[in-house]
Ligand binder design. Structure first.
Ligand code: 2NE
Length: 275
C-alpha cells in the first residue's frame, strides 16, 4: 500500500491510501504507551478520518512489532491522572483523556480495525476492545494490569470486555492480570483472526478493502445498532441522529423544507403512509 503521510504530529503517524486511514501510535520506546499529547493527537487524527469523505475504514495500530499499546504512560502518571505539558499540567493537574478517545472510536460512523502486533495491555487493550474489529499477529499478547499498577477502567474496559468475552472471563482478565496469547484471545472472541506477523498489514488491508466494497450507510447503521444496546441513551442518541440524517435525505423531509422557504402549505399527502 502506498501510504501518504500527512499532519504535524509528534506522538502519532497519520496516513491514508485507497480509502483507508492508518493511525499509528509512535512511541515504540515505551511500547506505545500514551500520554495526554498522544491522545490529543489521536483525537485529531480520528476526526480527520471521520471528516474525510474519501476514507471508509480506519486502521488503528502501534509502531514496530513489539506493541500495539501498553496503556497509560506510567512514567508521567501524577496523583490524579497523566501529566502532559499543557496548561493543566502547569497547574499540576493530570488527565484521563483516553476515556474521550474510547467514546470517539465508538461514535465514529466508520469501521475501525485494530491491528495488533505484540503487546495490547492495560488502557491499550481497552482501546483494542473499543475498536470494531481486531486483527492480531501471532506474537500478540493481551491483558489488563490495573489491579497490579493501581488503576482500573470501570467503563468500556470492564463491561464492554465482559460483553465481548463473557462475564467470568472478563473478571479473570481484570482480577488476575494474566497475559493471554493471540490464540487464546481468538478462542475467547476478543479478536477476529490471528495471522503470522509478516502478513499482519497485508491481511488487515484485505479486511479493510472488503469493508470498502460494502454500503457505507449499512455499515454506519450496523455499527450504531450494535453499539446502541450497550451505550444506552447515548447510543440511542447517535442512532436517532442517523435516523434524522436519513430522513433529511428523503423527498418527504425536503418537501417540508421547501414549503417553508416557498411560504406554502407542505404537500405531505403525496407521500405514502407506510405500513
Ligand atoms: C507491556 C509489558 C508487559 C512488556 O514487558 P517487557 O518486559 O516486554 O518490556 P519492558 O521492558 O517492560 O518495556 C519496554 C520499555 O517500555 C516501557 C518500559 O518501562 C521499558 O522502558 P525502560 O524502563 O526499560 O526504559 N514501558 C512499557 N509499558 C509502559 C507504560 N505503560 N508506561 C511507561 N513505560 C512503559 C510491560 O512493559 C508492562 O507491564 N507495562 C506496563 C503496562 C501497564 O500497566 N499499563 C498501564 C495500565 S493503566 C492504564 O492504561 C489506564 C487505565 O487503566 C485507566 C485509565 C487510563 C489508563
Amino acid at each position: 500500500v502506498d501510504w501518504k503521510r500527512s499532519g504535524d504530529y509528534s506522538d502519532i503517524i497519520y496516513e491514508t491510501a485507497e480509502g483507508i486511514a492508518k493511525i499509528t501510535i509512535n512511541r515504540p520506546e515505551r511500547h506505545n504507551a500514551f500520554r495526554p499529547q498522544t491522545l490529543f493527537e489521536l483525537q485529531h487524527a480520528f476526526n480527520e478520518a471521520r471528516d474525510d469523505s474519501e476514507v471508509g475504514v480506519i486502521i488503528f495500530t502501534g509502531a514496530g512489532d513489539q506493541a500495539f499499546c501498553s496503556g497509560g504512560d506510567q512514567k508521567i502518571r501524577g496523583d490524579d491522572g497523566y501529566i502532559g505539558d499543557d496548561q493543566m499540567a502547569r497547574k499540576g493537574i493530570g488527565r484521563l483523556n483516553v476515556l474521550d478517545l474510547q467514546v470517539q472510536i465508538r461514535r465514529l460512523p466508520k469501521p475501525v480495525i485494530c491491528m495488533v502486533a505484540g503487546w495490547s495491555i492495560g488502557g491499550g487493550n481497552v482501546l483494542q476492545v473499543c475498536c470494531d474489529l481486531t486483527i492480531a499477529a501471532d506474537n500478540a499478547k493481551f491483558g489488563q494490569t490495573g489491579p497490579k499498577v493501581g488503576s482500573f477502567d470501570g467503563g468500556y474496559g470492564s463491561w464492554l470486555l465482559a460483553e465481548t468475552v463473557g462475564l467470568k472471563k472478563a473478571r479473570e482478565i481484570w482480577y488476575l492480570c494474566r497475559q493471554y496469547s493471540a490464540q487464546e484471545a481468538l478462542d475467547m472472541g476478543m479478536v477476529n483472526t490471528v495471522v503470522p506477523l509478516a502478513d499482519l498489514e497485508r491481511e488487515t488491508v484485505t479486511w479493510a478493502r472488503e469493508l470498502l466494497e460494502k454500503s457505507p450507510m449499512a455499515l454506519r447503521m450496523l455499527k450504531g445498532a450494535i453499539n446502541a444496546v450497550s451505550d444506552g441513551a447515548a447510543g440511542m442518541q447517535q442512532f436517532a441522529g442517523d435516523a434524522t440524517m436519513l430522513y433529511y435525505m428523503s423527498e418527504e423531509a425536503q418537501e417540508g423544507r421547501d414549503a417553508f422557504k416557498e411560504k406554502r402549505r407542505p404537500e405531505f399527502d403525496k407521500f405514502p403512509r407506510r405500513p
